[in-house]
Write a protein that binds this ligand. Structure first.
Ligand code: SF4
Ligand code: SF4
Length: 346
């Protein structure tokens, strides 16, 4: 039988020790702490593992204003703006801990909030890299300089491989201007050895899908780092011809070094089978802030953590539901993830 130090004491001392222990445990602050720990054992895990200790990315939608009106745009309006103090006050404590901030609109290069964010976050943490989703129309010398100096990646949504299809999908006639902006950026990036990564992207639509292969060739000739395809399952072209073109694009990829992303998921959708699950760490190291202040683990996560107009990011991240969702995700449960991330494409 295991013998404790107390069991070796003479009886009067033993009962004194018991009484003192009872008194100590009923002392109000200690009793309250014990109660809390019993009610929320998960708090212990939070103490051991602070939320987002390894904080990598902050993805922010700054507004819906845009200098384009693309055919497939999901936005219903073009005038919303994020509340400025979310950028200058609420998120301020996070900037020193973050490695990358992803700016999204609308079009981030025409939103003054983008400049505010870069200035405030850049001052709080000179190591932050700023990445953009952009249509490239307003990628002027000043934006190119920001990207070359402090950029992580630029995802330029070109959506076409020719002037005519570009005009049809992006509904403007500034094809040459976008290509010029992009070429200047890539040339300067190569000359200066900037770590900026440039990705060219296309949303596959009935109007542009015959340009999938030329789009890859264009990306390669422009010297981008990768080509990325997106799609909306409600806006797809004729399936048999699309499947054929995807096979050709995958064949092209197998004999070229340019990384091409997004075709596997579309192929899986056309073949009516689950899309491959990809590795993801967003709930463990990243946050998404929508234009209305909603905070989530990522832009596709179906459950928000809360709203930054009502509570701080650290407070929302410490809620029991945040911890529960992170734990579920770590166990491989993606039930709260967006459809494409659950292994389905529609
Ligand atoms: S560039 Fe983006 S935000 Fe602007 S209209 Fe096109 S899809 Fe919409
Ligand atoms: S929805 Fe889930 S799997 Fe997809 S990016 Fe977000 S956290 Fe990752």
């Amino acid at each position: 039988m295991k013998r404790t130090l107390a069991s070796l004491l003479p009886s009067p001392l033993k009962s004194l020790l018991k009484r003192k222990r009872r008194e100590l445990l009923s002392y109000p602050p200690i009793a309250a702490l014990r109660g809390r720990l019993q009610l929320a054992p998960s708090l212990l895990c939070l103490l051991k593992e602070p939320p987002l200790r390894r904080f990598k990315r902050l993805h922010i939608v700054l507004g819906s204003a845009c200098n384009n009106r693309c055919l497939m745009c999901y936005q219903e309006e073009f005038h919303r703006r994020i509340t400025p103090w979310i950028l200058t006050q609420t998120l301020l404590p996070l900037y020193p801990r973050v490695e990358e901030i992803i700016l999204q609109g609308g079009e981030p290069t025409v939103l003054p909030e983008s400049r505010t964010l870069i200035e405030v976050a850049g001052k709080a943490n000179p190591r932050i890299r700023f990445s953009l989703f952009s249509n490239g129309l307003a990628l002027d010398a000043s934006w190119r300089e920001t990207l070359l100096e402090r950029g992580g990646f630029l995802n330029l949504s070109l959506n076409a491989a020719s002037r005519d299809i570009y005009s049809l999908v992006c509904r403007n006639n500034r094809w040459e201007k976008v290509l010029e902006n992009l070429s200047l950026l890539v040339e300067e990036r190569n000359r200066r050895g900037s770590p900026l990564k440039v990705r060219l992207s296309m949303v596959i639509l009935p109007e542009n899908f015959r340009e999938i292969l030329p789009f890859l060739e264009l990306g390669e000739s422009l010297g981008v780092n990768a080509v990325q395809f997106f799609f909306d399952s409600h806006l797809l072209p004729e399936k048999r011809e699309l499947a054929d073109l995807i096979e050709k694009a995958l064949l092209w990829r197998s004999s070229h070094s340019l990384p091409v992303e997004g075709l596997e998921n579309l192929k899986a959708l056309l073949e009516e089978r689950p899309a491959p699950l990809f590795p993801c760490s967003w709930p463990l190291d990243s946050l998404f802030v929508d234009v209305d202040g909603t905070l989530s683990f990522c832009c596709l996560f179906t459950k928000p953590l809360g709203n930054l107009h009502a509570a701080s990011a650290d407070r929302l991240l410490s809620l029991p539901k945040a911890e529960r969702w992170r734990a579920e995700f770590l166990r491989g449960n993606r039930s709260k993830c967006g459809l494409p991330c659950r292994g389905k494409s529609s």
